[in-house]
Design a protein around this ligand. Structure first.
Ligand code: ATP
Length: 220
């Protein structure tokens, strides 16, 4: 299957980090920025990098943005440029357009003009770091909905040798441990007799409340 190709517009801190990671993951990336220095800095790393004004329709057409599967508008400060570029990418037929928003209002405008996904890197990273600071065992989490989360937690010393049966997270907190990452490999859908060891990583799914109670009662 052909791998997706990405065009990243705006090579600031967010755009350049995203572009470099996509290349690292083996994808083709065209980077676009109006600032020559920003383009120069990434010209050796990205598949292609061009200096261009992204609010100019003819320019976007000439660099062939419509051939890309996904376009990311990583322009932050200049909200007008962010909105114009997003509309142009949609109009030119880029299949999926993702745009970075600086504020909720900026994000709402982007949604109204039909962006496929709005990202708020600063806001989301702030929230993520706050969660990790208050739960030291939390490695990562995904919010499935407003009420449900999947969390990745390191197994602390106090749980070493305990089986899932003994912990009974489902009966006590309505949460299920859906995977355990051990040095020997990942156990998917572990059985009740599975035993945890310190530093294993468990993946738990449940309500936000249930996971919080699990952490407060069992881990601390
Ligand atoms: P970051 O936080 O990711 O560093 P930022 O939110 O401060 O970025 P900006 O500095 O506004 O966002 O823009 C990011 C990049 O987008 C910059 O390198 C800038 O040159 C580029 N850029 C801004 N407007 C345009 C435009 N109209 N056409 C092309 N590139 C643009």
């Amino acid at each position: 299957m052909k791998k997706s190709q990405f065009v990243i517009i705006g090579l600031g801190r967010f755009g350049s980090s995203l572009a470099k990671e996509l290349v690292e993951l083996g994808y083709e990336v065209l980077g676009v920025d109006k600032d020559e220095e920003a383009v120069q800095d990434l010209s050796q790393v990205l598949t292609h990098a061009v200096v261009a004004e992204a609010t100019d329709e003819d320019v976007l057409r000439s660099i062939g943005v419509r051939n890309f599967d996904c376009g990311v508008v990583a322009i932050g400060d200049d909200i007008q440029a962010s909105i114009l570029t997003t509309i142009l990418l949609k109009d030119l037929g880029v299949k999926k357009v993702v745009a970075k928003a600086m504020t909720e209002l900026h994000g709402r405008v982007l949604e109204k003009i039909g962006v496929d996904r709005v990202v708020y890197p600063e806001r989301d990273m702030g929230i993520r770091v706050a969660h990790q600071l208050v739960s030291p065992n939390l490695l990562d989490y995904i919010e499935l909905s407003k009420d449900y989360t999947i969390a990745e937690l390191t197994v602390p010393k106090c749980l070493n040798g305990k089986s899932l049966q003994e912990l009974n997270p489902r009966g006590r907190f309505g949460c299920s441990i859906v995977a355990i990452n051990k040095p020997q490999g990942v156990i998917i859908a572990p059985v009740a007799t599975e035993v945890l060891a310190e530093k294993d990583v468990m993946v738990i799914i449940g309500t936000n409340e249930g996971i919080e109670q699990f952490e407060d009662t069992i881990i601390r």
